[in-house]
Ligand binder design. Structure first.
Ligand SMILES: Nc1ncnc2c1ncn2[C@@H]1O[C@H](COP(=O)(O)OP(=O)(O)OP(=O)(O)O)[C@@H](O)[C@H]1O
Ligand SMILES: [Mg+2]
Length: 243
């Protein structure tokens, strides 16, 4: 599904990623680990189409990635991306509103009802049906991340990009979120690429674990060399099925 060949990324003199080669098959759950600042978020943003590689090739289904984020790719960041001035349900419907072409509120009649039904079903799937009409400020951190997931999934992306989505959550809540993301991954068959700082989480969730690290160092100029993929490990042998 995704082929990365000889990819480099630098910002001015600062080299962030170098010589990345990678093939991701449809339906894989890839987790990415590596030291802070080694370019994990940058790589996700390249996959999202939000950043361009400095050198190298990246294809999705054999075609160059479209330069802008599209409905085939969903994303969730560590910190809540939900809109405080919209209700939970409105937040979940947002992708459908944007897809319809118009600004918020443009969906009318039947299209609006269908969008509402779709978003409501998704809220039920992530366990937020009972707070559909609440404001995000009334939700806990874990609930806000569930909403962010619903928001990312409403357009049924084939590729879901997660940047430390559970990093700010309490350990107990994280375990609930692991069950949820596994369930959604099984149900949809989507491909997931997830960054995490937590090795345990990486091996628990990923069918494949990639580590990013520098293999070349210049003590005089630490920014001279970027990170690359140093390990490509098999994650869990069997799918983590929901309890
Ligand atoms: N737009 C930008 N302009 C210049 N430098 C940038 C830009 N974006 C990222 N960088 C630099 O690229 C490097 C990698 O950043 P990135 O955010 O990808 O790291 P990361 O692995 O996600 O780190 P963390 O684990 O802390 O989230 C950092 O040195 C950062 O300062
Ligand atoms: Mg990051």
């Amino acid at each position: 599904m995704i082929v990365v060949e000889g990819l480099w990324k630098s910002y001015g003199d600062r080299s962030v990623l170098e010589r990345l080669n990678l093939t991701i098959r449809e339906g894989e759950f890839v987790t990415l680990v590596g030291a802070s600042g080694c370019g994990k978020t940058t790589f996700l943003r390249i996959l999202l189409g939000d950043e361009r590689p400095t050198k190298g090739r990246l294809t999705l289904d054999g075609r160059p990635l479209r330069p802008e984020p599209g409905p085939d790719r969903g994303v969730v960041f560590q910190r809540y991306s939900v809109f405080p001035h919209l209700t939970v349900l409105q937040n979940a419907m947002l992708g459908l509103e944007f897809q319809s072409g118009g600004p918020l509120g443009r969906l009318r009649g039947r299209a609006w009802q269908e969008a509402r039904a779709r978003a409501s079903a998704l809220l039920a799937e992530v366990g937020l049906a009972h707070v559909a009409d609440a404001w995000p400020s009334a939700l806990s951190g874990g609930m806000q991340q569930r909403l962010a997931l619903a928001q990312a999934l409403v357009l049924e992306p084939r590729l879901l990009l997660l940047d430390e989505p559970f990093g700010a959550l309490d350990p107990g809540i994280r375990i609930d979120m692991h069950q949820l993301i596994s369930k959604l991954w099984h149900a949809t068959g989507m491909t997931v690429v997830m960054v995490t700082h937590d090795l345990g989480e990486a091996f628990k969730l990923g069918t494949r674990v990639l580590t990013f690290d520098k293999v070349r160092h210049d003590r005089q100029a630490p920014e001279r060399y970027g990170a690359t993929i140093t390990y490509d490990l098999r994650g869990r042998a069997r799918p983590l099925l929901p309890a």
